[in-house]
Design a protein around this ligand. Structure first.
Ligand SMILES: C[S@@+](CC[C@H](N)C(=O)[O-])C[C@H]1O[C@@H](n2cnc3c(N)ncnc32)[C@H](O)[C@@H]1O
Length: 216
């Protein structure tokens, strides 16, 4: 039996559009919910949203943005945020590549989190993968100096490609060097996909890069 998707937002609706951001800017969209002048934390492809909720709850005065192209997921998360009364999260129903490129200004992000991006395992679909050289360059430019890019995947082939593309970006530095990634991050909250893949015994790959002070 299919359940009807509830569309009402039981409180404040924290969904914003790229046009809102372009017209008003992030500081106006967050208002007094966060401390002024604080760099953004952005999760791309937040899925069920539990990871973003944890991040935002741990730092309630820091602006958090969730970008997700599943309209249903964004709606569900908006309902959850409203119920919880969390005020420091804004949600955007958008393709991350476009949103980050068009309305996130360079040097404005403290952390990007990308957890279990779709691996597109077939070779002919690799071009659909999120982590490509061009987008990694855009992500790196959006970070503040010392800002972090965190990526997790369970997929061996995608992990190799991610390693190649991140290590080739001159403005990023591997925090975990000489290891390309780690299998576990103590204290890290598992996402819904992570729990599923761990139950299947798949190996984890957690990457962490930071924006260099000087680019080569
Ligand atoms: C495999 S799921 C992982 C979900 C969640 N991060 C987790 O670990 O449980 C990938 C998510 O990224 C979203 N997504 C994929 N490509 C995207 C893109 N280009 N922009 C925004 N969201 C995207 C999908 O809708 C999906 O929710």
């Amino acid at each position: 039996m299919s359940r009807t998707l509830k569309r009402d937002i039981p409180g404040e609706d924290w969904r914003v559009t790229a046009e809102d951001v372009a017209a008003k800017g992030w500081p106006a969209l967050f208002g007094d919910a966060v401390d002024p002048g604080v760099a953004l934390v952005i999760e791309i492809g937040f899925g069920r949203g539990e990871f973003l909720l944890d991040l935002a709850s741990a730092e309630p005065r820091v602006p958090h943005v969730g970008v997700e192209y599943s309209t249903k997921r964004v709606l569900k998360m908006a309902r959850r945020l409203a119920r919880l009364g969390l005020r420091n999260v804004r949600l955007v129903d958008a393709m991350a590549e476009t949103l980050v490129r068009d309305v996130v200004v360079p040097g404005s992000v403290r952390d990007f989190w990308i957890n279990f991006p779709d691996p597109w395992p077939k070779k002919r679909h690799h071009r659909r993968r999120l982590l490509q050289a061009g987008f990694v360059r855009v992500l790196a430019e959006r970070l503040v100096v010392e800002g972090r890019l965190h990526v997790a995947t369970d997929h061996e082939g995608y992990a190799e490609a991610i390693d190649a593309v991140l290590s080739a970006e001159p403005s990023l530095e591997n925090v975990l060097a000489p290891a390309p990634f780690v299998r576990d991050v103590p204290g890290r909250r598992p996402t819904a996909y992570e729990l599923e893949w761990r139950a299947e015994g798949r190996p984890m790959h957690f990457f962490e890069y930071r924006r260099r002070r000087f680019t080569g």
